[in-house]
Write a protein that binds this ligand. Structure first.
Ligand code: PCA
Length: 217
């Protein structure tokens, strides 16, 4: 069994991206009998999903997890929905800043993660890792990669999804006001566990709902 695990190169003027630091530290590790193949995606619209599709055809994964940095988020953020929208707040690493365009004109408005998101949430929390479910991966390169990933694998029986990670402490130390952060070791442990949970089975529908933080709760 093979796992494809991706992270992103630094972007937005940062020198480091925890998503790639986590992915590269797990490269070649065997988790629950599956070998991790890690790849670094460029933070460039169009290029990132191309590199991802190429990696899928080479690795032939049984599971794909894409990781990205969401500076400002306080925990391991399990994305539920990829939306068919690009609306960049900042330029990507090639200087492009597309606004209000679809990821794919010929595709649905959204795709759901096919990972067992609640099993991930409860499993991570039970093991002492702060985690939450998220209803938006934004409208930048991460969301484009997540959307193209779900589109590419739709109906193929390969589970796939996206997790956003918080900033590293050294990144948080340079922000005013300080953003929340999580150490690299803790991020690595959380992603390793998430991969084991994702491989181990399907969603249990009895797991509690989690709409805390929604406007109606
Ligand atoms: N985070 C950005 C793109 C690359 C990354 O790590 C995002 O959330 O879209």
């Amino acid at each position: 069994m093979n796992i494809l695990l991706t992270g992103f190169e630094p972007f937005g003027g940062e020198a480091i991206n925890p998503s790639w630091e986590v992915a590269r530290s797990l490269h070649n590790q065997v988790i629950a009998g599956a070998t991790v193949h890690s790849r670094c995606l460029p933070t460039v619209f169009g290029e990132a999903p191309r590199v991802l599709a190429e990696a899928i055809s080479v690795v032939r994964p049984d599971l794909v997890l894409a990781l990205g940095l969401a500076s400002g988020r306080a925990d391991v953020s399990i994305e539920r929905v990829a939306v068919n929208l690009i609306d960049a707040r900042i330029a990507d690493n090639a200087g492009a800043r597309p606004r209000d365009v679809p990821v794919r004109a010929d595709a649905p408005a959204a795709y759901f993660s096919t990972l067992p998101v609640k099993a991930l949430l409860h499993g991570l929390r039970a093991a002492g890792h702060p985690a939450s479910l998220s209803l938006s991966a934004g409208a930048f390169v991460c969301n484009q990669v997540f959307f193209e990933l779900q589109h590419h694998l739709a109906g193929r029986g390969v589970k796939s999804g996206f997790i956003h990670l918080p900033a590293l402490p050294e990144q948080a130390a340079r922000t005013v006001p300080t953003v929340p952060s999580m150490g690299l070791g803790a991020q690595i442990d959380a992603v390793r566990l998430a991969l084991a949970i994702a491989l181990s089975g399907d969603e249990d529908p009895a797991l509690a709902g989690t709409d805390e933080g929604s406007p109606t709760s």
